[in-house]
Each structure stands twice: as C-alpha cells, then as structure tokens.
Ligand binder design. Structure first.
Ligand code: 4AD
Ligand code: MG
Length: 465
C-alpha cells in the first residue's frame, strides 16, 4: 500500500463517483462495535470531523480485529459502498486491514467520548485526536490561511520581524530574557552589575512582545505590510484570555490615519469570520452542537452589523452612569478591564465596539498625541465574550513630539535611535494594529479558554513538551 494511494476521508466523502471502487484509507480507530459476525470500525484521519465506517467480516479478520482497539492506527483497503447505517452515506467493506500501531485499552486515555476540556489539557499531546481539537486545529489553519489571503489580496507584504530583539515595543516590562550566559556563574563588572558584553549579542536582549516597531520600518518603505508571528509576554496573567506565548497579526500602513485604521480592522475581522462561516461549516457546527448553540448566530451577527465607534471618554461616561458595581471601579484615566469592555459590548451596545482616544498615560509611547494634551489616537476593538481583540493606533509621526515622549518615559534613546530615524527621514502619517490570533480563535470557535485554541499552550508554570 503506497501512501499516494491513500484517500483522505474528507476527499472521499466529498466525491460522488467513488462508490463501487476500491479505496485505501488510513487513520485512527475511534470506536469498534459489532457482533460475532461483523465488526464496525469508526476511522478518523484528521482531514475532516466525520469518521468513515469500515465493515469487517470477523471470520476473515479475526487476528487483526483482536488488536484493533480504540486509538489504534490502521490502513484499510476495501470497496466503497453506499451505507444503510445512520449518519453516513458511504462505508468501506474491508478486503485488507493492516495494523500500524495498537493502543493498549488499559492505558490509552481517550477511551470514550465526553472528556472534560480540563482533562484534555492534561494530555495535550493526545488531544488533537479528539473531535473538539481536530475541529479547533482545522479552524486555526483556515484562519491563518484567510489572514494571508486577505492581506495578499489587498496589497500588503508579509514582513518577518525579529523574534529576538533589543527593544521593548510596549514598554510593559514583562519580557523573557534571552541569554547564553551561565546563570549560575554570571560574569560581573567592577561595579557588580551583570557584564552583558560577555553575552552572545554583547548586550541584553529579549523575546519580542510585538513586531510593531520593526513593522513600522517596513511600512515606511513598502507602504503596507503585515507581520504574523509568535510574541512572548512574561506577565503573570493566569486568565482564560492570556497566553505567555501567543501569535499576533500586525498590519502597518503608511498614509493611514485612525479612521482608515478602524475601517481596515472592521473589514478584516468581518472578512475572517465570513471565511470561517463559508469554509469551516462542519467543524463550527460540531463545536456549536457540543458547547455553544448560539455560536453561528453570534458569528453572523458580527459580519452583518456595523461596529460602534466611540471615544474612551464617552465609554467611561456610559460605564459610570450604568449603575453597575464593577469589581474594578471605573473613572476617567483608568485602564479598562475586560468586565468594563464586555459591559459596553454585551449589555449596552450589543455590538462590537471600537473605542478610541484613550488617556495618554495608559498607552504606549508611540501613539499619536491629540491636541488636547491628554489623549492619544489609540483604538481598541472590543468583542462579545472576549473584550479586547485588537489594539492599535495612529503613530506619532512628528520627530520632536515622539522624542519628547521617549524622554518623559525614560526610554533609553540609545535603544530607539533607529525608530526615531523613520521620523527623521521621510516621515509620514501611518497607523497599524495588532490582532491576537488566539483571541480571534476564541471568538470564532466559541471556546472559552485560550489554552484550548493553541496546540501547545504556554502559561505561567506550564511549558510541557
Ligand atoms: O494591545 P497589544 O498589547 O498591542 C500591541 O502589541 C501593539 N504593538 C499592536 C500594534 O499596534 N501593532 O496587543 C495586541 C493584541 C491584543 O488586542 C490581544 O488581542 C492580543 O494582542 N494579546 C494577547 N493575546 C493572548 N495573550 C496575551 N497575553 C495577549 N496580550 C495581547
Ligand atoms: Mg492592548
């Protein structure tokens, strides 16, 4: 049996002209049932949520069937026939079964359906073999593809920004250091400080928290770029919406002002959700039926309705006048918590919201300063069930204002000279934003814990594999 003869179950189920012909399928046995004459194997090869039923005569395959248990891997040759069984149109009548690998029923953990998501997190190495994670991982792939397609269609160039960096884009101070120094025997200078000149790069470096600053360099040359890569944050946030390693999509556009930026963010999100509705139907419907029967409606609603746009100041006013007692009290100047964001989206407007013009002091140094001297041209896109899904802004393009802000915040200019150069030479208005890929997936799949939309989650005290 050559691999190229194998038919993916997805292709097999889609084609109408295979009935009557001989097929080869390979996959993992989900269940085995039957009687003393005939066995029914439900085989899944990961190409689609559906299993394919294999019918095997017990007399013919007695030896193989003893070892074919839930979780084992098989190759089956047989005739594809119409099925009279419920829930399937076709099945395979086996003429040959090869067992690639058995799975001891005593120790294989995925014996039955209905494991909790918490349990599956403990066996993240095997959970891709469940219906739920198969569906999530296929949707994850489809969304990544749709993102590249969207940008390619609209003239953006994919820019690869560095993962190891000397800069701290967000100024959040929660970065993972990268070093080759021996931590048990650190070289020190005469004053007792760590001697980074002996480190690999001759200075302290970190894993990136965002590709934005380098993205801006690309936009100021290529016009419109986007990044799509892993980002790392060492903040100790143990929430259902935070990962220590997550993937971010960051478009950056020369000549875009904040309104253009908002238009792009809204169109981008709607287009991705529309893509999922059109191309991931079976997987979405499976998840909806298992966990969240409002999922499809919520997705359609976002595609079909305009996002509300209002300023942070107006948003805070609404929150103050709501009469709701929030866990974190709200007043002008505070950073909004997800409870505040979700109140605006789910209770007040009942629509996605784009909040703009946040207080300068709670946002990053690079945002364009408004004339009021208090606010910056920031924009956060807030989604139902998620809160912040996108954070972005128009960038400060004025050299003097940007330099002053960098000084006020005591950001060492020696780390920022290259960034300031974009404002020194051929500066232009420009804008961009960051979409958290896993936050998008939370919304699209309706899963409620971010650990369940990335194959191998990294969170505080958790980095298995
Ligand atoms: O709002 P953030 O911190 O913005 C930036 O990093 C900007 N440099 C983006 C830009 O303008 N180019 O992060 C952007 C998005 C958030 O809105 C959120 O969706 C996601 O990244 N995000 C996280 N996702 C998962 N786990 C975390 N710890 C996250 N932190 C941010
Ligand atoms: Mg943010």
């Amino acid at each position: 049996m050559k691999e190229r003869e194998r038919l993916r179950i997805n292709d097999l189920l889609k084609s109408t002209d295979q009935v009557g012909s001989e097929v080869v399928i390979k996959g993992w046995v989900r269940t085995k049932r039957g009687n003393k004459n005939v066995a029914f194997l439900a085989v899944n090869d990961g190409s689609v949520i559906h299993n394919l039923q294999v019918v095997a005569e017990v007399a013919q395959f007695e030896e193989q069937l003893k070892q074919v248990t839930t979780g084992s891997c098989v190759a089956v040759t047989g005739k594809l026939v119409e099925s009279s069984g419920q829930g399937q149109n076709v099945e395979v009548q086996a003429t040959d079964i090869v067992l690639y690998g058995g799975a001891d029923p005593e120790s294989y953990p995925l014996q039955k359906k209905g494991h909790t998501l918490e349990f599956l997190r403990e066996i993240a190495h095997l959970r891709p073999r469940t219906n739920t994670f198969g569906a999530v991982l296929r949707i994850r792939h489809a969304m990544a593809f749709a993102i590249h397609k969207y940008f390619n269609d609209y003239g953006f160039y994919y820019l690869h920004t560095p993962i190891i960096t000397g800069s701290d884009a967000e100024g959040a101070g929660a970065m993972f250091h990268v070093t080759t120094l021996d931590l048990d025997h650190l070289p020190v200078t005469e004053s007792g400080a760590v001697d980074y000149t002996q480190d690999f790069f001759g200075k302290p470096v970190n894993l990136t928290v965002s590709g934005q600053l380098e993205g801006e360099l690309g936009a100021m040359a290529l016009g419109k770029i986007y990044t799509f890569g892993p980002t790392f944050r060492a903040e100790n946030s143990n929430t259902p919406r935070h990962l220590s390693e997550f993937w971010m999509i960051e478009p950056e556009m020369a000549f875009y002002e904040i309104a253009d930026n908002m238009d792009l963010a809204e169109d981008f999100l709607k287009s991705l959700i529309r893509y999922a509705l059109e191309n991931c139907t079976a997987d979405l419907e499976f998840i909806a039926s298992m966990y969240d029967n409002e999922l499809m409606e919520r997705l359609r609603f976002v595609v079909e309705n305009d996002f509300v746009r209002l300023s942070y100041t107006e948003g805070v006013k609404i929150l103050e006048q709501s009469g709701v007692k929030f866990e974190f009290p709200v007043s002008w100047g505070v950073d909004l918590q997800s409870e505040h964001e979700r109140y605006l989206v789910e209770k007040h407007f009942k629509k996605p919201v784009i909040l703009t013009d946040y207080p300068r002091d709670i946002k990053a140094f690079y945002m364009k300063q408004n004339n009021d001297g208090k606010t910056v041209r920031a924009m956060d896109v807030l989604f139902p069930k998620i809160g912040e899904i996108i954070g972005g802004s128009q960038r400060e393009e004025d050299f003097g204002k940007l330099k002053k802000r960098i000084e006020e915040l005591h950001i060492p200019e020696k780390d920022m000279w290259w960034y300031l150069d974009t404002r020194r030479f051929g500066s232009a208005p420009h804008s961009g934003f960051g979409l958290g890929f896993e936050r998008l997936l939370l919304f699209v799949t309706g899963m409620t814990n971010i650990r369940d939309v990335i194959p191998f989650p990294r969170t505080p005290k958790n980095a298995e594999f």
